[in-house]
Design a protein around this ligand. Sequence first.
Ligand SMILES: Nc1ncnc2c1ncn2[C@@H]1O[C@H](COP(=O)(O)OP(=O)(O)OP(=O)(O)O)[C@@H](O)[C@H]1O
Ligand SMILES: [Mg+2]
Length: 735
Amino acid sequence: MLAAHQQSIRWLQGVLIASATLPAMLFAYASWQGYNTTKNVAERQIAQSRDVLTEHALKVFEAVNRSIAETNEIIRDMSDAQIAQNAERLHNRLEKIADESSQIKSLWIFDRSGRAIVNSLDYPAPPIDFSDRDYFKAHVDRDIGTYVGDVLVPRPPYGGAPFFGVSRRRSSPDGSFTGVIQVSVLPEYFEGFYAKIGRDPGSYYSLIRQDGLLVARFPKLNRQASLPPQGDLRKAMQANPEEGTLSLVSKVDGLERTVSYLKLPDLPLYVVAGRDAAAVRAEWLAQVRGHLLFGLPTTAALIFVIALALRRTRRLYDEEGRRQAAEEALKQSQRLEALGQLTGGVAHDFNNLLMVIGGSAKRLERSERDPKQLRSLQMIEAAVQKGESLTKKLLSFSRRRTLSPQVIDLGACVESLRGVLAQSVTGDIEFEVKLPSQPVAVKIDPTELEIALINLTLNARDAMPDGGKILITVERVNSSRDSLPADLRGRFAAVSVLDTGTGISEEIRERIFEPFFTTKPVDKGTGLGLSQVYGFVRQAQGAVTVASEVGRGSRVIMYLPVTDALPERPSSAVVRDPGKLEGIRVLLVEDNPDVAMIATDYLEQCGCSVVRAENAEKALETLNGRNDINLVLSDIAMPGMSGLELARVVRDHHPEIGIVLATGYSDKASRAVEEGFRLIEKPYSLDVMRQSLKAAVNAQKTEACLPTGEITPGKSSPSAAHSSPPQTGASGPPA
Ligand SMILES: Nc1ncnc2c1ncn2[C@@H]1O[C@H](COP(=O)(O)OP(=O)(O)OP(=O)(O)O)[C@@H](O)[C@H]1O
Ligand SMILES: [Mg+2]
């Protein structure tokens, strides 16, 4: 199940990563493709524009050439004098020709000295010398065909936009120079056309003379400019004089662009079309933005949905995991509960048996002289003692042990045990205790805590045959802040015992709290240590957890509820002269005849006289019928009226009679302690019984003449009310 969950989570994580990376990769691919497409489209546009420019330029120069040819035809056989004589007529003709072509600003006929004989602008033409103009000088020496001149500013009195001259030589029949026919063409005309077709941002068009002079240019420059001889375009034109395409950074305006040039046939001119790289990039970026505008929200939505699905799935699995863990814990606690009921019942019967066996052995011992028999009786007593210890642990596990809970400072209590615990580990084990700086008050039976801690320390020691470290810590934890076992709410003290030992394998971890579960050799462990720990913390309304990693160690944590009550100080009151029992008449209430027989024997050994009743009802009858009873010793668990009910009646109606209650186990025992009754645990020894009876007798005397300074049974001194410490071997058969 866990593996399937992990696989689903991994799959969803994969989908989440793919939902981010795939669109990113697609986007990168589309952008790259888009860039190439935009570049190709731009190059196609440049080529188309260059064709349009060529067409246009050829048309213009065809018109110019035609005008020159027509003018030449008109004046072919005319001398300069004849031209001058017909100046007016010729002016009108030239004016007409110029007017027909919008690209032609003016038409001129110069004589050999550079003086305009006729022009299309004025009649008569002012006698101005133009012999310094390049379009004139170029033809003086030889016939060079059509000449395209520099861009010039008109010479006064003429004005208007700059122009460039396209001129041809006038020659006499013998070939000698007679003058020049020149057409003034407006670069503006070209630039106007270029502006019209150059609507795309970053468009670039120019008409360039072979020597690099920029005749016309779009975008327009406010100055005369030439391509530098070392510029990329000039170099390309020299290398491939007819046509070419290249990317360059313009030396004129510093912009990066792709250009394509073509030489106009029979003319010293190039048309150049181009596109700024920045404009092409901007176009591409606009496309990319478009992709992003659509792709980003869709991708973000996709990622969001998958992330949400992942989060929900994780939460679902976590919840399922928690539920399964809780179910497991519940099952485990139900199993332990059932085991507890079973063991509790067995322990109860066993206690009575032990009491009978132990008591009888003691009785026989008194009259036996044969050492062999005495040895056997002692062995019986030793076995009874072991049996007692076992039943006590079983009762602890089944939470039926009658405890003497006190409010104690946990830190101080563990500190007082430090020496005992340290002594129980071997020298190759480092032993450390960490305690809180502030007191931590818990209401528990300190003796049970001691048993639990000793067992945990011994378990840790046994798990480290080659040495290691044991760390015992006490700290405050809170369910609102720390992660505690699921069913714990509120403030707790955590007593943790950590070791660096072998660890507990997964297979046995579920079973370690079961009574008699042990992995130790027969005489090394009973398997009741952790059962006692479990019963102890559960009875204290706490919990116990085990974390372990095979080969690295284990950590057992006991959670005990913290109380606001102040820790009780150990009572300084000392029972002075517990009093004498001789002559005391005891009403023994016990339903088990064997136990009653042993108890009677004990009482008689104490010097008491015994009146027996087999149940509470009969005991009441006896009490009502006679007034010589000093003390009632009653079992708690009996059919019909319980010993506790009987004790209450006695206290109310016969306050002069002392009461001692006995119990093997009973859920009423704790109640009895709370109500202040004196209690002895079965199987009890003669000594324990004697102590308890004396204390009870003494208390009765004290009550009769308070104050005495001696302890009276009550909540304030439950340790006095409770007969014996539940330690192994603390109580034994009578001596
Ligand atoms: N700290 C630990 N490291 C490794 N195993 C442990 C540890 N504590 C308990 N165990 C395992 O849990 C089992 C049960 O422990 P538990 O204290 O209940 O009984 P025991 O130690 O075997 O006997 P007993 O405590 O009665 O002497 C042990 O036998 C051991 O296998
Ligand atoms: Mg143990």
